[in-house]
Structures are given as structure tokens and as C-alpha cells.
Design a protein around this ligand. Structure first.
Ligand SMILES: [Zn+2]
Length: 233
């Protein structure tokens, strides 16, 4: 499958950067068009924050735009009406994601796993599971079924070829990101409201993603991101 357009659907600012920024940088370098779709603006995030939820949402939208720029992505979209910490995989959310799938027409969609991860608590955030589930449902059947939503009738149906899930317990695809780990770190540190207080954050990132490379059999001194590929064509 030739990949010319990628759509990443996540719940919060920073999810794509933890999960896939190194891989995204490589797609951009190859001339692939990448769109980020965020369901919330992360209004419940932050650490010792001095702003309210609306202020935090504004700050985090700006941080995500800066992080995207670090890996060459300029098309960053936010849905409105969904609150950080309260996302549910509703018909409305499926429709809103299906709309963007039909607009962008990506061969590949990257999103969170809808499964609970019992090895790490972070990937199983309820918003991540809700967004992952709604996105898979938007990929199949909603975006490809021209009769799924009357309000989307003016957008041509679109069949996504593959979905790559983030944070799953059984990854089956590893991307060597050794040449883009520095840009991943730049993207992650752009989320200053989330990671600015974490001492040794860069070391943590290097350790975590070199551990994934070792697991993938890439050897010492390499970095990798992990995905579970779901064929959806
Ligand atoms: Zn998140």
C-alpha cells in the first residue's frame, strides 16, 4: 500500500508525540501529507497550573502546534465540544471523525488502542480508549458507507487501508526512529505545561524508546516506536 496521506486521531495534545512523533517526522521527510486531529484541547491537564481550564486549553493547542512544527506537520485540527477526561465513543464523535476522514482521505490512520493496557496505566486513559474505539468505528463502517450519516452526504465515502494503534499490548510493527529521536524530543518538550516539571525528561524518553528498539530486536543504541497494525481495507 502506497501511503501519501496520514491522519492521526488522538484525545489530547501530546498523545501523538509520545506515541508516534519519530515516525511522523519520517513520513513528512518522505513527502507524505500528515494531518493531526485532536478530539479535546487537554483542558484538564497541567501541573501546578495558574490558568483555568479554558486558559489551559488555549495553551495546549499552542503547544501542540509547536510540537507539530518540530516534525514538519502544519495541519492540526481540533474538534470542539469534547472535554478532556469526559470523552465517550458516541455516534456524534464517530460522525465528527468520519467527516475528517472523508475530507483528508488518508490511506493510513494512526490512533490510540481502545483496549486497556495492564502493563502500563497511561495508554489506557479513558479518553484514549474512547477515541481509539470511535476512530476504528469511523474507519469501519462509517467513513466508507455513503449512507452512514445524512449530514455527511456531500462528502464522498472513503475506505482507509490500514490503522496503526498506539499503546497496545501486542505491537506487531516497529519503526526505527534513531534518525528522528531528537525531533521527537523537541516535539515532546514543546508540551511544557505537561512535561516542563519532569526532571531528566530527555533521559526518560531515550531510555523508554531505546527499550522498545531492544524489544524489537534492533540492537543497542537504536530507538523505535511500536504500533499494532490493523488491516482495514
Ligand atoms: Zn492522552
Amino acid at each position: 500500500m502506497e501511503i501519501t496521506r496520514v491522519l492521526v486521531v488522538t484525545a489530547h495534545p501530546d498523545d501523538v508525540d509520545f506515541g508516534a512523533a519519530g515516525t511522523i517526522a519520517q513520513f513528512v521527510d518522505k513527502g507524505v501529507e500528515v494531518t493531526y486531529l485532536l478530539v479535546t484541547s487537554g483542558d484538564a491537564g497541567g501541573n501546578e497550573r495558574e490558568v483555568d481550564g479554558a486558559g489551559m486549553a488555549e495553551l495546549r493547542r499552542a503547544e501542540q502546534a509547536e510540537a507539530a512544527k518540530a516534525v514538519g506537520v502544519t495541519d492540526v485540527r481540533f474538534l470542539s465540544g469534547y472535554r478532556d477526561g469526559r470523552v465517550e465513543p458516541t455516534i456524534e464523535l464517530r460522525r465528527d471523525i468520519a467527516r475528517v476522514i472523508r475530507q483528508v482521505r488518508p490511506e493510513l490512520v494512526i490512533t490510540s488502542t481502545p483496549e486497556r493496557n495492564y502493563q502500563f496505566i497511561g495508554p489506557g486513559h479513558p479518553d484514549h480508549r474512547a477515541v481509539g474505539g470511535a476512530t476504528l468505528d469511523a474507519v469501519y463502517p462509517d467513513a466508507r458507507n455513503p449512507y452512514a450519516y445524512a449530514e455527511l452526504a456531500d462528502l464522498e465515502a472513503w475506505t482507509v487501508g490500514e490503522v496503526w494503534l498506539l499503546g497496545g499490548t501486542s505491537p506487531n510493527h516497529f519503526v526505527d526512529i534513531t534518525d528522528t529521536i531528537d525531533r521527537k524530543i523537541t516535539a515532546l518538550t514543546a508540551h511544557a505545561s505537561q512535561v516542563g516539571h519532569r526532571e531528566g525528561f530527555e533521559e526518560f524518553v531515550r531510555e523508554r524508546w531505546s527499550g522498545i528498539a531492544l524489544k524489537a530486536g534492533l540492537g543497542e543504541g537504536r530507538y523505535a516506536e511500536a504500533f499494532q497494525v490493523v488491516p482495514t481495507a
